[in-house]
Design a protein around this ligand. Structure first.
Ligand code: FO1
Length: 311
């Protein structure tokens, strides 16, 4: 079994590549749920949905989230009646949130619903939330502004504020009481290889590591863990990972991410643009693999997946 730690868009791409070059039924993706939110009474799991849509070939490559060929009738009507529209939900995407919310209200777990949705979309890769218990990423803003709350929910920071604000700190509400979803710890313990996808180290991988016993399980399997740097030439390919790393006191480089991951990952994959960092990464007692990590098309994605499996 290949186990992958996954956030949203970066993970979705690599998982697509891994599923193309390895038996998808032998891959289990453990997905971040710290970004989850309830809006219009609907339970939305953005990272689970990004991964599911990508593996089903339904992903919207232009946005990196949501469904391809989306229509916006509900959103347009919601806007007309003065509803909340800063977090955009397309018509096709809404079906997913309706299904999830209904099943959760019937007593199904998030793991069960995630498996049902993946099966319904024809996804062979096993998708599992990091936890069935609620864990919510909360963001403390450095300059909240007069009368504004200092701490906001993750999607308020990410979408409503366009992650264009300085962050002072993060916390993963509920993580201390959360249990890893059924099967996660056993899968890490018995995996042939664990792949940490090129996701945001602090807000995508961070919440997974914050679930009790996950970090210990990874440390115990350090020799089998391969992580892919989400930072290339000092910058994130998408999203605020570079800025967040700096604001939280880490170096915004592949080396900075390697320092964060060194306790539990023995192999680190970096881009050719960062080849000069390899010796410093190897000093962390990590094996450093230098290859093309920018997944600009399916061929590049599959090549990275092959390099990760060969690492
Ligand atoms: N990201 C945006 O930037 N704007 C949106 O309106 C938005 C809506 C949305 C709806 C469903 C969904 O599954 C994801 C959505 N995202 C949106 C993406 C999401 O906020 C982030 O990409 C992830 O949480 C970060 O990994």
């Amino acid at each position: 079994m290949l186990v992958a730690l996954a956030g949203g868009v970066g993970a979705a791409k690599l998982l697509k590549g891994l599923a193309a070059v390895h038996d998808p039924a032998d891959i289990m993706a453990v997905v971040n749920t710290g970004d989850d939110l309830v809006l219009h009474g609907l339970h939305i799991s953005p990272d689970i949905d990004s991964v599911t849509y990508a593996l089903a070939g339904l992903d919207n490559a232009a946005t990196g989230w949501g469904v391809v060929n989306e229509s916006w009738t509900v959103a347009e009507n919601l806007r007309a009646i003065g509803g909340v529209t800063w977090f955009q939900l397309g018509d096709r995407d809404l079906a997913t949130h309706l299904y999830r919310t209904q099943r959760l209200s019937e007593g199904a777990t998030l793991s069960e619903v995630t498996a049902e949705l993946a099966a319904a979309r024809g996804v062979a890769t096993r998708l599992i939330p990091m936890s069935d218990d609620p864990v919510r990423t909360r963001v403390t803003l450095a300059d909240p502004g007069e009368g504004a709350p200092a701490e906001v929910a993750f999607q308020d920071y990410f979408v409503r504020l366009g992650h264009d604000v300085a962050v002072a700190s993060l916390r993963f509400e509920g993580a201390d009481r959360a249990r890893a979803a059924p099967g996660v710890l056993d899968a890490i313990a018995s995996a042939e290889r664990v792949v940490c996808c090129p996701s945001n180290p602090v807000v995508s991988i961070g919440p997974i590591l914050a679930v009790p016993r996950v970090l210990d399980a990874l440390v115990a399997r350090r020799a089998s863990v391969v992580a892919v740097s989400p930072i290339v030439a000092g910058a994130a390919l998408k999203g605020p990972a570079d800025r967040l790393l700096r604001e939280l006191g880490y170096e915004s480089s592949a080396l900075g991410v390697a320092r964060l991951y060194a306790p539990w990952a023995a192999t680190f994959v970096i881009d050719e643009a960062d080849a000069a960092l390899a010796p410093a990464i190897e000093e962390l007692e990590m094996r450093c693999v230098v290859t093309g990590t920018v997944m600009s098309d399916p061929a590049a994605t599959d090549a990275l997946a092959r390099a990760v499996l060969a690492a």
